[in-house]
Design a protein around this ligand. Structure first.
Ligand SMILES: *[C@@H]1O[C@H](CO)[C@@H](O)[C@H](O)[C@H]1NC(C)=O
Ligand SMILES: *[C@@H]1O[C@H](CO)[C@@H](O)[C@H](O)[C@H]1NC(C)=O
Length: 342
């Protein structure tokens, strides 16, 4: 009997677990909660982005590396409850990659969870006990804050607990929509550092595609090198508004589609990509700008049935579109996003 797709998927998950001894928490038996692993330096998403890297370094790497953390925390006790970083940007733009790279530089472990699980998982205890038993720094990475904005206050409570124990623990929360669309200014309090990751620029997209194709080359040398650099350049131009994850998906489709009857692959050309791009429009960037929250549009909640049918209502509750070039955080909260902590 042939295995079903589900069985194959489970097998895949299982072998992933087996290959990562440390990550018991990622195995299917207790999936969806906390997962602890060594921070990895990720691969292709980190070209450029110097400003973002600098802030990550300040908020994550340097505090986690600090040898005399006790003295440091004693001096700066007033800001202990503000030391989390909030990173926002379209889904698939490398937010996690950036945070993990910063943690990897400090030799930290990453305690990873979805904001939805923040209330029930007791991640704070886990972070504290992990850091004290392993003697290694810990970065807590909480993803999808827009799905569960209340997690912001849970993070605040945890900062208070951590402040008492002087452990080397850093906090990063991430969101795939604009923070002002789902957090009230007061809820930003724990986030001394606020970082907005823009969609990748042309040079970043090109670099990403080149690295991705180089990775494909290791599996299929002919396919991976079929596009000349000028074609990659054009492809990078065509994928304006696409995130890394979306570009990855487009290349995945091209790779799959080129499979032929003989079990090999036909060479790929620019027009194949153009066709796929037409069928795979970019979404993350628009989703980021439109904002999302499970709780903010109270008008929606009382009458959920009409949410999609009543465009007038939708328009009213949707967050204002940002003006070009102007940082939305600046106009809303009165500070430039990158120097919130000064
Ligand atoms: C891609 O766009 C850049 C400007 O962003 C331009 O200079 C370049 O000629 C374009 N390349 C192609 C192949 O269209
Ligand atoms: C990207 O989005 C902008 C604004 O929506 C649009 O003007 C532009 O044409 C888009 N780029 C491409 C290559 O589709």
């Amino acid at each position: 009997m042939r295995p079903t797709l589900l069985q194959l998927l489970q097998l895949g998950l299982l072998s992933q677990c087996l290959s990562q001894v440390r990550s018991e928490a990622e195995c299917p038996s207790n999936a969806g909660r906390l997962s602890l692993r060594e921070a990895r330096s990720p691969l292709t998403e980190l070209h450029g982005r110097d400003e973002a890297k600098a802030m990550m370094r300040e908020a994550v790497t340097l505090p986690l590396r600090m040898a005399d953390v006790l003295d440091f925390e004693r001096i700066f006790w007033r800001s202990a409850e503000r030391k989390a970083l909030l990173v926002s940007g379209p889904a698939g733009c490398g937010k996690r990659a950036l945070a993990e790279a910063a943690a990897a530089e400090a030799g930290a472990q990453v305690l990873h969870l979805a904001a939805r699980d923040a209330k029930t998982s007791d991640f704070c205890r886990t972070a504290l006990s992990t850091s004290s038993t392993s003697k290694k720094p810990v970065m807590v990475l909480i993803e999808g804050l827009e799905m569960e904005p209340e997690a912001a206050s849970t993070i605040g409570h945890c900062l208070t607990e951590v402040a008492r124990e002087h452990q080397r623990i850093a906090f990063v929360a991430s969101a795939s929509s604009e923070p002002s669309s789902f957090l009230h200014p007061i809820e930003l309090f724990p986030f001394g550092w606020v970082l907005q990751i823009p969609a990748p620029g042309q040079a970043e997209r090109k670099q990403f595609l080149l690295k991705l194709l180089a990775q494909v080359s290791r599996v299929d040398a002919v396919w991976g090198s079929a596009l000349r650099e000028s074609a990659v350049d054009t492809l990078a131009n065509l994928t304006e508004n696409y995130t890394f994850a979306e570009m990855d998906f487009v290349v995945r489709r091209a790779f799959l589609r080129s499979s032929n009857e003989e079990g090999g692959r036909d060479p790929v050309a620019l027009h194949h990509f153009e066709k796929i791009l037409a069928e795979t429009p970019a979404q993350s960037l628009r989703a980021y700008e439109q904002g999302f929250s499970g709780r903010r549009p109270v008008a929606f909640m009382t009458d959920t049935a009409s949410v999609s049918e009543d465009p007038k209502k939708e328009k009213k509750s949707a967050p204002k579109k940002k003006k070009d070039g102007k940082d939305p955080m600046e106009s809303i909260f009165g500070w430039p996003a990158h120097s919130v902590c000064t």
